[in-house]
Ligand binder design. Structure first.
Ligand SMILES: Cc1cc2nc3c(=O)[nH]c(=O)nc-3n(C[C@H](O)[C@H](O)[C@H](O)COP(=O)(O)O)c2cc1C
Length: 357
């Protein structure tokens, strides 16, 4: 499992990651994504290194996962190299079967930065170096880092990443904004392209990538991309047209050739409804009913976000109480749109319904 991404890079294939997303990405979400896009690598939402070493309960609830999610990457945050190393030892226990560990040097949230966690490590090179080094000594798993261009433009990205490379980081993901910019402003990839020329570990870029045609424009010489929010309503955003000729890929997923238009996959209504049902079923396998209903609601509406013609079902989807109830609603949609199930809503092929609702 170690360095498994190398195989892909050796075949000249770019690496594609599902970004870590606190409050969104759990086992069910990852399975929903991998069902359609088995080639992607999933990174978990961030967990506190501190909590992991103090609560076996947390480790036992977040580290076990299904085979479908493999190879799974676990992201942790913190500030103390020794605590990171101890957390790495727990994550590396063979029973959890985790593929590698990612360190969050990304988070710009005030409370995280004020306590010297997350993106604050960008201004604390020595600690960042010690964290990676201690973890490397504590685990056989590869260590990667997710970070930003800099904290406030006063740091040198190339020097910072070279430090991490010297401490044995195996891969870095760079988000095209500074911590001060947080979520705003124009994302700039120029410095990331420049970084690639100066380090030998794989460099992944992240921010505002929406689909294959978009990432082909941005990835250039970089080793891959990481994509987050675009997958909220579109698990198909990770797939690309040339994969149609990849037998291995076709065997593991189901996509219809005719749904690729200008390199972008446009799922049919039937595929979208199936994806929603799968997600709901997987979530109930891992969460108790009350929690399940609170969580699935936000996902269900995201899947239908761009389709005004289903607005009358939205209200019911955001109040669904059980998987059976969700299935009933989906069944009603299927019945009402029975003639349109093989049409592609994202191309407005079901326009006439809009007028009737
Ligand atoms: C709700 C939410 C939660 C996030 N949680 C994390 C996290 O736990 N760890 C992390 O490194 N990044 C986190 N991020 C940042 C994303 O991983 C990603 O870097 C960001 O959304 C930009 O990528 P995108 O434009 O493809 O969405 C989060 C972002 C959002 C919107």
């Amino acid at each position: 499992m170690k360095d498994f991404w190398k195989k892909q890079l050796e075949k000249n294939k770019k690496l594609v990651f599902l970004a870590p997303m606190d409050w969104y990405w759990d086992s069910a979400y990852r399975q929903a994504m991998k069902r359609v896009s088995p080639h992607i690598f999933c990174v978990s939402e961030f967990y506190s290194a501190d909590w992991l070493i103090h609560s076996r309960f947390l480790a036992d609830s977040v580290l076990p996962h299904t085979e479908m999610e493999d190879p799974l990457i676990i992201q942790i945050f913190g500030k103390d190299p020794v605590i990171f190393a101890n957390a790495a030892k727990i994550i590396s226990e063979s029973k959890y079967n985790i593929a590698w560990i990612d360190i969050n040097m990304w988070c710009p949230a005030k409370k995280v930065v004020r306590s010297w966690h997350g993106s604050c490590l960008l201004i604390n090179e020595q600690t960042a170096f010690e964290i990676v080094k201690h973890m490397h000594e504590a685990t056989h798993l590869p260590i990667s880092v997710k970070t930003r261009l800099s904290f406030d433009w006063n740091q040198n990205l190339i020097n910072f990443i070279k430090w991490l490379e010297n401490a044995w980081a195996s891969l870095v993901t760079i988000h095209g904004r500074t911590a001060k910019q947080a979520y705003t402003g124009y994302a700039d990839f120029t410095n990331i392209y420049e970084l690639k020329k100066h380090v030998s570990i794989p460099v992944i870029c992240n921010w505002d990538i929406v689909n294959y045609t978009d990432w082909m424009k941005k990835v250039k010489e970089l080793d891959g991309i990481m994509l987050g929010r675009a997958s909220f309503w579109n698990p198909w955003c990770f797939i690309w047209e040339p994969q149609i000729n990849d037998d291995d890929f076709i065997e593991k997923t189901w996509v219809k050739r005719e749904n690729f238009i200008d390199g972008v996959y446009h799922p049919t209504l039937s595929e979208i409804l199936e994806a929603m049902e799968f997600h709901a079923e997987k979530l109930v396998e891992t969460k108790w009913e009350k929690k399940w209903s609170l969580e699935i609601r936000k996902h269900l509406v995201q899947y239908l976000k761009n389709f005004p013609w289903v607005k009358k079902y939205r209200k019911r989807l955001v109040t669904t109480e059980s998987v059976d109830n969700t299935r009933e609603i989906l069944e009603e949609i299927r019945k009402e749109f029975s003639e349109d199930l093989n049409k592609r809503p994202s191309l407005n092929e079901i326009e006439k319904k809009e007028e009737n609702l």
